[in-house]
Design a protein around this ligand. Structure first.
Ligand code: MRU
Length: 344
């Protein structure tokens, strides 16, 4: 299984996902500023991985602290705020940072060395938990797949987006291991190409048959009768089930609805934000216009053309057949199922 983030001594090391699939390069990030920059630049991406990497970054920042215990609180808050400012949509980022803060507050009266140790332990625990959560999502999700399923997905909700195994690709992996998956249709996912670069790379490594299409081919492939099910990841799920995920997900959901193809969201419960009632309130990140104007270093359009570049869109709950979590599959009406599982 690929390692997406780890500690080397007390330094955070991440797989540089911008370079995949051409090069497998690990980067040492020895300051919290470098960790924040890595998240912003998509060196590290995918909702669960962003959260865990931020937790690693916060633990590292505290491990480097040299002042008195009185000064530690504001130092901690500064590092936490910096990490929280990197990307607005994936709620896992805030979930992970808040969990670190709870531990910090719990041990605030202890010796600084104890606080450092507890924070590192918590970050490592989140890493281990994430893998287990994904495996459970895979187990539940794979049972929903028809025999010989042809699964369509978008972006990368795989091992690269998590600490291992993946959410949507976790469902594919578990299904493939049970002999239920025939092939995957991977949408390339313009403009950053997470589907073409990461999903294809991961699936080929696992010998899972994959066919790459550009995003605008999805409707045609569905109309040909070549898709049995769509499974995607999520960056934030509102209390009513509306789901923010990579731009293009909403179009896939509408197409799936039109072609009567089941559309599932696979995500850990930490991606569900009970503070957000419905999708309209989910903050949607807008990224640099050059992501659309350029492919790698080349302009594919007029250099200063205006561009709209939202990184995510929102799929309304009525287009979703089920939300696959580590504690089971939530089906409509989502508000009730979400409340029940989040309460467990
Ligand atoms: O901009 P990205 O690459 O961080 O977007 C990632 C996605 O949209 C994923 O589908 C989502 O985070 C789920 S990852 C398990």
């Amino acid at each position: 299984m690929i390692k997406t983030v780890y500690f080397e001594d007390d330094v955070v090391v991440v797989l540089d996902q911008r370079k995949l699939p051409g090069e497998v390069v690990y980067e040492k990030l020895d300051t919290v500023e470098k960790v924040a920059e890595a998240i912003k630049l998509l060196m590290v991406r995918g909702a669960p991985l962003i959260g865990v990497t931020a937790a690693f970054g916060l633990a590292m920042a505290v491990s480097q602290f040299k002042g008195s215990r009185e000064e530690l609180k504001s130092y901690f808050k500064q590092a936490k705020d910096l990490l929280a400012s990197t990307r607005p949509t994936a709620v896992n980022l805030f979930w992970a940072l808040n969990r670190m803060e709870q531990v910090f507050n719990q041990y605030a009266g202890e010796d600084v060395e104890i606080i450092k140790k507890k924070l590192k332990q918590t970050a490592l625990k989140m890493y281990e938990e994430d893998i287990k959560v994904n495996e459970a999502i895979g187990e539940y999700g794979s049972e929903l797949l028809p025999v010989s399923a042809r699964v369509m997905t978008i972006c990368n909700a795989g091992a690269a987006a998590t600490c291992g195994f993946g959410t949507a690709l976790g469902v594919v992996r578990a299904g493939f291991n049970k002999g239920r998956v025939d092939k995957v249709w991977a949408c390339e996912t313009r403009p950053v190409l997470q589907g073409a670069r990461l999903t294809v790379w991961e699936l080929i490594q696992d010998n899972i048959p994959v066919t790459l299409i550009t995003d605008n081919m999805a409707g045609y492939v569905m109309n040909l009768g070549n898709v049995d099910v769509v499974v995607v990841g999520a960056d934030r799920i509102a209390a009513n089930g509306d789901t923010a995920n990579k731009i293009g997900t909403y179009s896939l959901a509408v197409l799936a609805y039109h072609h009567n193809i089941p559309f599932y969201v696979a995500a850990p419960l930490s991606t569900i934000d009970l503070n957000i009632g419905s999708g309209g309130d989910i903050p949607i990140e807008e990224r640099d216009k050059d992501e659309v104007r350029k492919i790698k270093d080349f302009y594919i359009t007029v250099e200063d053309v205006d561009v709209f570049n939202p990184a995510f869109d929102v799929t309304p709950n009525h287009l979703i057949k089920g939300i696959i979590t580590e504690k089971g599959v939530i089906t409509p009406p989502f508000s009730e199922g979400i409340k029940m599982l989040k309460g467990k």
